[in-house]
Design a protein around this ligand. Structure first.
Ligand code: NDP
Length: 283
């Protein structure tokens, strides 16, 4: 029987755990807080920021919003980040991407203090992940590992194929699967005969950014398929990178879109805010 991996339920489980931990910290007089910076008024970013604030509210995390005008200069943004880096009341700092074109995203990410880098994008966080040291992990791939573990999918010794090599999903995903002792292959737009590679996968993680590209021809019978993609189809309905109706009958477990990977990203952000409290206490 095919198992539909319920990201909504698992993300609620995680947020409830965070909520309990946050309330325990409150009893010790410690508040957990997240600074959320949005530059400009891109509607999609507005929705993401709104969802993050809602999740903070649910977990008892204080969210402090900075809504900056599109014309804000990079120096002004860096000055704000510097101020938040020094503010002991702020645990996590999140800069909603993409930033307006006149800003250098890499420079902005680098300006965030690594102990407050709840998105896990800072080069120090990425380096720590690669050499197996503690630190923040990018929320989407970290959420996928939680989805797999909490759905009792064994990773150790399994053939894991990741489609996509972006810095926020594909690469950290591959490192995390390796850390869990999977045998990992990363594929991308220059991979020759993609189907031949993906058909080897016991666990297939798809992060391509192309609606419904992955059909059953890419999937081994009985594989676990994780769909990271989010798109709106011609009827304005959400869909993923995987053609769910075509693939679901041949796999053993699959994440739907919506309700799969998406909700996990925000749940892991909440969890990362707790990690930040621990890192700040130990510095
Ligand atoms: P990017 O566009 O940064 O990366 C896409 C990757 O897919 C690239 O590495 C690219 O290869 C590869 N690719 C593109 N076309 C092909 C192809 N035909 N065959 C094989 N590989 C291909 O995307 P992201 O990683 O940022 O995001 C991927 C998807 O996940 C998007 O739909 C995005 O919206 C979604 N997403 C969802 C999140 C969530 O919370 N659920 C969070 C983040 C992203 P190359 O490097 O060679 O160009």
């Amino acid at each position: 029987m095919i198992k539909i991996i319920d990201g909504k339920a698992i993300s609620k489980e995680i947020k409830d755990e965070v909520k309990e931990a946050v309330s325990g910290l409150k009893e010790q007089g410690i508040t957990v807080s997240l600074a959320v910076i949005q530059v400009g008024n891109d509607p999609a970013s507005g929705v993401y920021v709104g969802n993050k604030k809602k999740a903070c509210e649910y977990c008892g995390i204080e969210s402090v919003s900075y809504e900056l005008a599109e014309e804000t200069t990079q120096d002004e943004l860096l000055t704000l980040i510097e101020k938040l880096n020094k503010d002991e009341k702020i645990n996590g700092i999140l800069v909603q991407l993409p930033l307006p074109k006149h800003m250098d995203e890499d420079a902005v990410i680098k300006a965030i203090a690594p102990i407050k880098d709840v998105d896990g994008f800072h080069p120090q966080s990425v380096g720590a992940l690669c050499i197996g040291q503690p630190g923040f992990v990018s929320c989407t791939p970290a959420g996928i590992i939680e989805l797999l573990k909490r759905s009792n999918v064994e990773i150790a010794g399994k053939e894991c194929v990741v489609i996509g090599r972006s810095n926020i999903v594909g690469k950290p995903m591959a490192i995390l699967l390796l850390r869990e002792n999977g045998t990992v292959t990363i594929t991308h737009s220059r991979t020759k005969d993609l189907k031949e590679v993906t058909k080897r996968a016991d666990i297939l993680v798809v992060a391509i950014g192309k609606p419904k590209m992955i059909t059953r021809e890419y999937v081994k019978e009985g594989a676990v398929v994780i769909d990271v993609g989010i798109h709106r189809n011609e009827n304005n309905k959400l869909c993923g990178d995987v053609d769910f109706d075509d693939v679901a009958p041949v796999c053993s477990a699959i994440t739907p879109v919506p309700g799969g990977v998406g909700p996990m990203t925000i749940a892991m952000l909440m969890k990362n805010c707790l990690t930040s409290v621990a890192l700040m206490q130990n510095q």
